[in-house]
Design a protein around this ligand. Structure first.
Ligand code: GAL
Length: 412
C-alpha cells in the first residue's frame, strides 16, 4: 500500500459531498483500553462513531501502552496501518509524523475551532509539530493521584491519610491488619509513573522540570533527588507484597480493601466506578499525594495513519470530530475517570475526584508530563531502571540515582 499518497482534506470532503454525502466506512481503531473502566470508556467512542453511520472495528490490544505502542508503531511503519490509533500525545508519535505517515488534521481542527475550546491549549500543542496538528486529544489524564481504600484503613483502626507522609506513618497499622500498604503492579511504566508523582509531590515542579525538561544531570544526581529516591525505596518496601502484574489488578487490591492505597493515574477511577464504589464514601483520592495539588496534563489522543482511500480518510476526519465533540467528551471522560479536553462543557455529573481535578485545572495547577518532554527512548530507559530497582530490593537508592543521572545526561 502506497502510504505516501496524500489527499488534501478539502478534496476528500468535496469528493464525498459530490458523492451525495457521507459513506458508511469501517475503520479499525487500535488502543490498549482493556480494563473494565477503560473498555467502558472506549465503548462510548465506538458508539458515537457508529452513530455517524460508519463502523468502529475494535482493535483493542491487551496489556499496557508499553505492550501496545511497539505493535502500533511497527504496523504503521511496516505498511499495515490501522484506521486510527490511541497514543499518548506528546513526543511518542514524533518519528511517525516526521516520516510523513500520519494524517494532518489541521484543516478540520481550524474549521471546527479546536484552538478556541481545547483547555488547556497545551493539549493541542502536544498534538502539533511544525505548526500542523496530527492528533485529536480526547482527555487530560493525570498521573498525579493516590487512591485510598476506606475499608483498609477502617480495618487497621486508623484515619484515612490526608497526604503521603500520613500514609507512610499509617503503614505499620495497615501491615498489622494484614494489608498491603501500597499496591503496585510489576511493570516498569507503573513504577516509573509513581516515581514521577513522588518527584512532583516531594521535590516540586521546579525540580521535576529541571531534570525532565532541562535534562540537568547534576540536579538528577543531587541531594534533592536523593530524597525522592529514598521515598521510592520506602514505597518499594511498602509495596513488596503486592504480587500483581497489571495496574488494574493493583487497583483491585485497593477496591477490595486488601491494600491501603495505590499511586496511579486517574484511569484507576474508572475501575472504582465499574465496582460501584463512590468517591468520598468508599475511597479517597489525593491529587499530588496531598502534598502538592497539581495535575499533569498528559493524556490520550488518537492519530490517523495516512491511507490511500478517500472514503477512509473522510471517515478518519469524521472520527476525529466525533471524539472531540461536546457530548462524546462528557460520556467518554465520565466513564474513563479522566478530565475533558474542552473548557466549554457541563460536567455536573462529575464525582468528587473529578471535581477536585477540575478545580485544580481551573486554578491553573497544571504541569507537563513526561510524554511532553521525554522521547519514547528515554522514557523506556527510565522504566527499565525502575523495573530493576523495584524488583531487586538489594539495589540501593544511591545506585539507582547514579543510573538515573546517567540516563538524564544522555537524554535529548
Ligand atoms: C496510559 C493511558 C491511560 C491508561 C493507562 C493504563 O498510557 O493513557 O488511558 O490506559 O495507560 O493502561
Amino acid at each position: 500500500m502506497n502510504l505516501k499518497t496524500t489527499f488534501s482534506v478539502a478534496a476528500v470532503v468535496a469528493a464525498s459531498c459530490a458523492a451525495g454525502g457521507a459513506q458508511a466506512t469501517e475503520l479499525e481503531v487500535t488502543h490498549w483500553w482493556t480494563s473494565g473502566g477503560e473498555a467502558a470508556a472506549a465503548a462510548e467512542l465506538a458508539k458515537a462513531f457508529n452513530a455517524t453511520g460508519n463502523t468502529w472495528v475494535d482493535g483493542a490490544i491487551a496489556g499496557s501502552g508499553g505492550v501496545a505502542r511497539p505493535i502500533i508503531v511497527s504496523r504503521i511503519i511496516g505498511g499495515d496501518p490501522m484506521g486510527a490509533t490511541q497514543l499518548n500525545h506528546g513526543r511518542q508519535a514524533e518519528e511517525l509524523i516526521e516520516a510523513g505517515l500520519l494524517q494532518d488534521l489541521t484543516e478540520v481542527a481550524e474549521a471546527e475551532g479546536w484552538a478556541d475550546f481545547v483547555n488547556p491549549t497545551s493539549l493541542l500543542d502536544s498534538c502539533t509539530l511544525d505548526g500542523k496538528i496530527y492528533c485529536v486529544p480526547v482527555n487530560i489524564h493525570s498521573w498525579e493521584w493516590m487512591w485510598l481504600s476506606h475499608q483498609a484503613f477502617e480495618d487497621a483502626g486508623v484515619d484515612v491519610p490526608a497526604d503521603w507522609n500520613e500514609f507512610v506513618a499509617a503503614a505499620p497499622a495497615l501491615q498489622e491488619a494484614g494489608k498491603v500498604p501500597l499496591a503496585m503492579g510489576g511493570q516498569g511504566w507503573q513504577q516509573n509513573g509513581a516515581f514521577g508523582v513522588l518527584t512532583y509531590a516531594i521535590g516540586g515542579v521546579d525540580l521535576w522540570s529541571q531534570i525532565n525538561a532541562d535534562k540537568d544531570a547534576e540536579a538528577a544526581a543531587g541531594p534533592e533527588m536523593g530524597k525522592i529516591f529514598e521515598a521510592a525505596a520506602a514505597a518499594r518496601e511498602l509495596a513488596k507484597d503486592s504480587n500483581v502484574q497489571d495496574w488494574n489488578q493493583a487497583t483491585n487490591l485497593v477496591i477490595t480493601g486488601q491494600a491501603g492505597a495505590q499511586i496511579m493515574g486517574d484511569w484507576a477511577q474508572g475501575e472504582f466506578q465499574v465496582a460501584g464504589q463512590v468517591a468520598g464514601e468508599d475511597y479517597t483520592c489525593l491529587p499530588g499525594l496531598g502534598l502538592n495539588e497539581i495535575i499533569s496534563t498528559g493524556g490520550d489522543a488518537f492519530y490517523f495513519p495516512k491511507l490511500d482511500d478517500p472514503a477512509k480518510t473522510e471517515a478518519q476526519l469524521k472520527l476525529a470530530s466525533t471524539m472531540i465533540s461536546k457530548q462524546v467528551q462528557v460520556a467518554f471522560n465520565l466513564k474513563k475517570g479522566s478530565l475533558p479536553v474542552r473548557g466549554d462543557i457541563d460536567l455536573s455529573a462529575a464525582n468528587d475526584c473529578m471535581k477536585k481535578g477540575l478545580e485544580i485545572l481551573a486554578a491553573g495547577g497544571i504541569v507537563p508530563t513526561g510524554d511532553n518532554v521525554l522521547t519514547a527512548d528515554t522514557t523506556g530507559q527510565m522504566e527499565d531502571l525502575q523495573t530493576e530497582f523495584w524488583s531487586d530490593l538489594s539495589m540501593t537508592a544511591e545506585e539507582a540515582q547514579a543510573r538515573y543521572a546517567d540516563i538524564i545526561s544522555d537524554a535529548d
